[in-house]
Structure formats: structure tokens, C-alpha cells
Design a protein around this ligand. Sequence first.
Ligand SMILES: Nc1ncnc2c1ncn2[C@@H]1O[C@H](COP(=O)(O)OP(=O)(O)OP(=O)(O)O)[C@@H](O)[C@H]1O
Ligand SMILES: [Mg+2]
Length: 267
Amino acid sequence: MTAERESHMNNEHAISVNNVGMTFRSRDGEDTTVLKGLDFHVEPGQFVSIVGQSGSGKTTLLKTISGLLEPTEGHVLVKGRPISEGLKDIAMVFQGPVLLPWRNNIDNVLLPLEFRGARTNESRGYARELLEMVGLGDKAERYSYELSGGMQQRVAICRALVSHPELLLMDEPFGALDAMTRDSMNFEIQRIWQTTGCSILFVTHSISEAVWLADRVVVVGDRPGRIVADIVIDLPRPRGKEHRFSAAFSDYATEIESHIGVTTGIS
Ligand SMILES: Nc1ncnc2c1ncn2[C@@H]1O[C@H](COP(=O)(O)OP(=O)(O)OP(=O)(O)O)[C@@H](O)[C@H]1O
Ligand SMILES: [Mg+2]
């Protein structure tokens, strides 16, 4: 084991992103660098939001952390280990729901447990509880084509939660939801995070959602994607609606907006 690896293991960050870069090569051999020199850590139990312009590389970053993509530079450790060693307690919610059309909703929720051979007699009851929690108790035996886009995304969120992950990677999970459902999902995810103690990395386009949910907001600038700000959100927990209207909240939002503006050259 290298000294560098050993020191990471002793640190035991939930996620450790070390000088990560990603360059895609097109079919005609042209290279595009999407991420460059990203360095940050998420501590166990932390809720970290990531914001940035469309195309800045947020999804690419989440894919390198979950092991779906291998970075072309640097490395990622999850709980001190490379993801390639096969960690089980990590779940990802994608930008789209990606449900299997031939399985009903509750069977889609149960899928990760079946993959791991971890389904027990209690699993179905828990999957049903999760569907009830997101307001879909009466749709458990329905199929995804019978649901709206927002409902499908809620099924995908239940599928991520069913295995009690220690680390949850969420890529704009509430982007397709109407404002009211989104608000109630924000409360639910805060409650789930507080009761389970999992770590969450949460990508969103909504600055107010990012601030309201997170302990820290990381701003990714584009071309190539890199970290331009990492802001600690020092607001009390649990957070209620009133926090969205506090002076401290709007100061955070303004600060984050300024970082996104500066990096895009729009300002
Ligand atoms: N497999 C790939 N091959 C080539 N280019 C890619 C690939 N995946 C992503 N890209 C490019 O990388 C850049 C970042 O994409 P990514 O999906 O990570 O952005 P994003 O920040 O998640 O955007 P959005 O907010 O719109 O979801 C884009 O320019 C995209 O075209
Ligand atoms: Mg994306």
C-alpha cells in the first residue's frame, strides 16, 4: 500500500476527491477537458450541495465518485477506498428516473436489494413505506408508464433509499417536480438525512434548495469544471420554511450567485 493511500485510509473521509480531472476524446480524436484539478472532501454525515452552470461537469463529477466513470487524472476514495473495490453502501439518484418498464413500481424499488442478494422478508414492507412517504402508496403495483415524470423520479428516490445507503449521490433529483412536491421532498430528504446519518452529495440548479439543505455548498465553475467556492452554511438545524426568508440565508444565496456569475463571464 502506498503512503498516500494509507494516509487517506486513516483520514476516513466519506468522499475524498483528489486532483480529479476528466478529458473526453471524441471519435475524431478531439479532446475536451470537462473537469480539472478538483480537490475536496465530504466528511461522514455531511450534506454537501453542488451548484454550477449547465455543462460545468456536475454529473460527470458524480459519475466519477460513483465509479461509473474513471477520471483521467487524480483519484476518488470513498471511505478511504477506491470505488473499484466494490462498495455496497452507496446509492445514486440520476437526473432521469431510469425505471425498468416491465417491473411495477415496488419491484423497481426493490431492485438494488435483489442485485445484492440482500432482499429479506421485511424488504417489501419497507419499500412500501418508502413509497408511502413520497406520496405514492397507492401506486406501488402500477408501472412507470402510468406515472407522471415527477412521480417516476420519486420512485427512483425510494430505490436509492431502500438499501439504507451510507452515501447518497443525488443528481438534480427534484428538478422534474412541481414546486409544492419539491418543497415537501426537501423536508423529507432533510428528515431522512438526519435520522439515518448518511452523507449526501446533492447536485441542484436551485441555489435556495442548495443552501437550505446543505452544510456546505460547493460551486463548480465551467470550462473546464473546477471548484470556485466552497461555502459553509451556518444555519440552525432542523431547518424550517422560515430559514428561507432570513437575512443570513439571502446573504449565502447572493454570495453563491456571485461565484456562478463570475465564472461564466455573464456578469
Ligand atoms: N461521455 C461524454 N463524452 C463527451 N463529452 C461528454 C460526455 N459526458 C459529458 N460530456 C460533456 O461534458 C460537459 C459536462 O457535462 P455534465 O453532464 O457533467 O454537465 P452538468 O454540469 O451535469 O450539466 P447539467 O447541469 O446540464 O446537467 C458537457 O459539455 C458535456 O457535453
Ligand atoms: Mg447534469
